[in-house]
Design a protein around this ligand. Structure first.
Ligand SMILES: Cc1cn([C@H]2C[C@H](O)[C@@H](COP(=O)(O)O)O2)c(=O)[nH]c1=O
Ligand SMILES: [Mg+2]
Length: 183
């Protein structure tokens, strides 16, 4: 690893809690827990019965969903720490194809939780293999695209990726898991 790696940090599932956002919105609307089974797949719909898919889609495409996602514990503090240690940190995030609310709200989330100066650090792309970097911290276990990536993925820990043991695993609250970045 270079002494000061160029870091790409995913947003949903790493900084902003997409799963929890769905659970909160579902509870608020239906006054019951979201019918989500054990989290074994990256996409929530794959852990939900098909009859609930339209309601799920309605939740994550509606205005305000992406802007109001709760932060993942320790994420905001970790990003400020990484920047303060001189790392070149960028937020590398994929919008949903129903982009109308998602795109602007991803920027709003970053401004609200990290500060305006972080907005210029956002890289929005549907294909992360096109983005240059040394390390990509991302919760998605299978990242595909049209190029061979230049970065190495560190897997951000989540219940749906725990069956993968082929990559370094990171969790913001486990500071030892990313302490090497500060060395
Ligand atoms: C878990 C999950 C995610 N999505 C969407 C939300 C984001 O726009 C992308 C993931 O982006 P990332 O940069 O790879 O974090 O996928 C979704 O539509 N359904 C889901 O269950
Ligand atoms: Mg993600």
């Amino acid at each position: 690893m270079p002494s000061k790696p160029l870091l790409l940090i995913d947003q949903d599932g790493v900084l902003a809690d997409f799963d929890q956002g769905v659970r909160l919105a579902w509870r608020a609307q239906y006054h019951s827990e979201a019918p989500i089974g054990p989290r074994q797949h990256f996409y929530l719909r794959d852990d939900m019965a098909p009859q609930y898919h339209p309601q799920l889609h309605d939740i994550y495409t509606r205005p305000g969903f992406f802007a109001t996602l709760p932060p993942i514990a320790g994420a905001v503090e970790a990003l400020h720490t990484l920047l303060a240690h001189g790392l070149d940190v960028h937020i590398c995030t994929a919008p949903i194809s129903n982009y109308q609310n998602c795109v602007a709200e991803k920027f709003m989330w970053v401004e609200q939780h990290l500060g305006h100066e972080w907005v210029s650090r956002i890289i929005l792309t549907k294909d992360k293999t096109w983005v240059r970097g040394d390390i990509l911290i991302d919760d998605k276990p299978q990242i595909s695209g049209s190029l061979t990536p230049l970065w190495t993925q560190w897997l951000y820990d989540a219940p749906y990726n725990r069956q993968y043991h082929d990559r370094r695993r990171v969790c913001w609250q486990d500071t030892a898991s990313w302490a090497d970045l500060l060395a």
